[in-house]
Ligand binder design. Structure first.
Ligand code: FES
Length: 273
């Protein structure tokens, strides 16, 4: 059993748990995820690792309540326990010194971008971050991102915080300023990641996205998380979740996500972002 040590509400329907999981915390790296189950009847819920502390032996997860499983998860309190908490899963982000790295997080996707930005900064990169949300009230991790970024841009759809518009607006401005961007990492809704990929594609800027297809076993056995990358079938859980954005079939990914939309609303599937 895995105890919830800290619970915080970051925004309406967005919650943070710090979970006691020393074995996972020992090995966790930026870009990886866990799959949890609340109880015997529970769905498997994949969530990207938002933070980890090897000293405290904890893993931080942030999730949005979008279906029955995540709503049930959100009702748990500090000292409650999760039945399963498996990880770290997936390949970690490739972190080394590259130069200027732009880290982009949209909505709940800001949470998994944070440890990546921190790791990139730690590796000696100049980290420029762009975070965006629909409005100020649901913008998360602003302070945390500011700490690990050399420069932080904020956008909101309604202009209630930062620049009105989308995360791609500051990205376009940065590219046009002539700054030599070595890599862009974007995590958020599929439409956002696709837009980022389309902005960087003409400039040949290497761009990485973290995909969030439906996951079941998380071990490459069920095929649930299949995505097409460079016209090859890949499994996000073992081959990813990060892929070269310019090789991803976003249209196919969106079709697959849509297939599960009704079930998600009805309570069958859920995801972190
Ligand atoms: Fe089953 Fe990836 S979740 S193959």
């Amino acid at each position: 059993m895995y105890k919830i040590l800290v619970k915080q509400e970051l925004a309406p329907d967005v919650k943070l748990f710090e979970v006691e999981a020393p074995q996972i915390a020992k090995k966790a790296q930026a870009g990886q995820f866990v799959i949890l189950r609340i109880d015997e009847q529970g769905e498997r819920i994949p969530l990207t690792i938002a933070d980890y502390s090897r000293e405290k032996g904890t893993i931080t997860i942030i999730f949005q309540e979008v279906g029955a499983s995540t709503r049930k998860l959100g009702m748990l309190e500090e000292s409650d326990c999760l039945l399963d908490f498996a990880g770290p899963l997936g390949k970690p982000t490739h972190v080394d010194k590259k130069g200027v790295v732009v880290c982009i997080g949209g909505g709940i996707g800001i949470a998994p971008v944070y440890p990546i930005a921190r790791a990139m900064k730690g590796a000696g990169n100049q980290v420029i971050s762009i975070i965006g949300a629909r409005s100020k009230g649901i913008l998360i991790y602003e302070k945390e991102m500011a700490v690990v970024s050399d420069k932080l841009y904020i956008t909101t759809d309604d202009g209630s915080k930062g620049q009105q518009g989308f995360v791609t607006d500051p990205l376009k401005a940065l590219i046009q300023s002539g700054i030599e961007i070595k890599e862009v990492i974007a995590i958020g809704p599929v439409v956002m990641m696709r837009s980022v990929a389309e902005v960087t594609r003409p400039y040949g800027i290497y761009t990485v996205v973290s995909l969030n297809p439906i996951m079941v076993d998380g071990t490459g056995m069920c095929g649930g998380c299949r995505v097409s990358v460079a016209n090859e079938n890949k499994f996000a859980c073992v081959d990813g979740p990060e892929f070269d954005a310019h090789q991803v079939d976003f249209a196919g990914l969106m079709v697959r996500q849509q297939m599960y939309k009704d079930k998600e609303q009805g309570g069958c599937q859920c995801h972190s972002r």
